[in-house]
Design a protein around this ligand. Structure first.
Ligand SMILES: Nc1nc2c(ncn2[C@@H]2O[C@H](COP(=O)(O)OP(=O)(O)OP(=O)(O)O)[C@@H](O)[C@H]2O)c(=O)[nH]1
Ligand SMILES: [Zn+2]
Length: 342
């Protein structure tokens, strides 16, 4: 799990979100414990997490804006607080040295990007909250592109209701066309980038006012791209080993950077992106026409290319669904059943 250096400070933290989703037998009973009201709390945005300390921007954009380090209230100890969370903070939020403040509430999340440690792991970990865009960074070469890893990002994005954007970097080293061919039919917005001429201005405009989570395997040039987008980010740029083409893990913790009126949240290089918590239905949801066709599938149909009597496949055979698109979705679904190692 080296891709995420922010190990939870509480053994239950990483399970907090799955616990929340289990049926709660007490749900309809009145709460016995009254929580403090915290009427004096201020709204904040979590930019980084480090061993039980949360960096929070309060009064965002106002003259008395401050970046403060907070702890969390005891009652939140079983919940994961992640970059992108909007939180209520109490205490001295001036940001002056020696001041203390704590998070007393996590505001409802619009999206939750999750991963599990591997595909057989049902426990999931929240990576980022409230992102509405996912910047999937892949190198045209060096390291060699891994289309299946992109499929996994896509599955996680669709599951979370986050719009994926593909950025192919290092286009000075190789033609990105063969990589892009893997995603034909999925209607994914695609950008090309090279570090000597990155599409920084246009991409900044695209991401402005959004909360964007950037993901990518180590060494693909994600830090280089983030630095081009947000020059003050100062992300450490690593080296790709000439022999293996693998990057060293140089960016080791999740950080958020202001981009216009939005945020870019940079996660460390991904080694694994387990999807054990995702099911077929949540992927199909992202493809309404294909989902509609699946209504006629046999019960328990995997919708893979070799699935008997799959109605999706039959509709594609009749020309009612775009074949390339169906093949791409079959590829996505296949990532749920194939164990991959990176
Ligand atoms: N030729 C070329 N090299 C690039 C490009 N973008 C990044 N690089 C190089 O690729 C190497 C890795 O870049 P990083 O930006 O550190 O990659 P990263 O994805 O952030 O990697 P981690 O920090 O390990 O997660 C560095 O040596 C960069 O100079 C590009 O567009 N073209
Ligand atoms: Zn089917």
């Amino acid at each position: 799990m080296s891709w995420l250096s922010d190990e939870p400070d509480d053994p239950y933290e990483e399970y907090g979100d799955s616990v929340r989703e289990r049926p709660n037998p007490k749900a309809n009973r009145p709460r016995t414990k009254i929580r403090p009201e915290h009427a004096d709390s201020v709204d904040g945005f979590v930019t980084a997490v480090d061993r039980g300390r949360y960096t929070v921007v309060v009064r965002d954009g106002q003259p008395d804006e401050a970046i403060i380090t907070t702890t969390r209230a005891r009652e939140l100890r079983k919940q994961a607080i992640v970059a992108g969370d909007r939180v209520d903070v109490v205490g001295d939020t001036s940001g002056d040295e020696g001041t203390l403040s704590r998070i007393v509430r996590i505001q409802p999340r619009t999206t939750v990007l999750r991963r599990s440690a591997d595909d057989s792991d049902e426990f999931e970990r929240v990576i980022v909250a409230n992102a509405d865009l996912m910047l999937m960074v892949v190198a045209a070469r060096d390291p060699e592109p891994r289309p299946r890893l992109v499929h996994r990002y896509l599955v996680a994005a669709y599951d979370a209701g986050i719009t994926p954007i593909l950025v192919v970097t290092k286009t000075d080293l190789a033609d990105p066309a063969p990589l892009l061919a893997h995603f034909e039919g999925l209607d994914i917005e695609t950008w090309r980038s090279r570090s000597d001429d990155p599409p920084a201005a246009a991409l900044r405009e695209r991401l402005d006012s959004h909360v964007t989570v950037a993901v990518g395997h180590s060494g693909v040039g994600k830090s280089t791209l983030v630095n081009a987008l947000v020059p003050e980010a100062g992300r450490a740029v690593g080296h790709v080993n000439a022999v293996t083409g693998r990057g060293r893990h140089t960016s080791s913790s999740t950080q958020s950077y202001r981009l216009g009126s939005g945020w870019v949240i940079d996660t460390p290089g991904v080694r694994s992106f387990g999807l054990g918590h995702i099911d077929v239905a949540s992927i199909l949801k992202a493809f309404p026409d294909i989902q509609a066709a699946s209504d006629d599938c046999p019960r328990g149909c995997t919708h893979l290319a070799d699935a008997p009597d799959c109605a999706i496949q039959e509709a594609a055979d009749r020309g009612e669904l775009d074949r390339t698109r169906v093949e791409s979705v079959q590829g996505l679904l296949g990532t749920l059943t194939v164990e991959d190692r990176w």
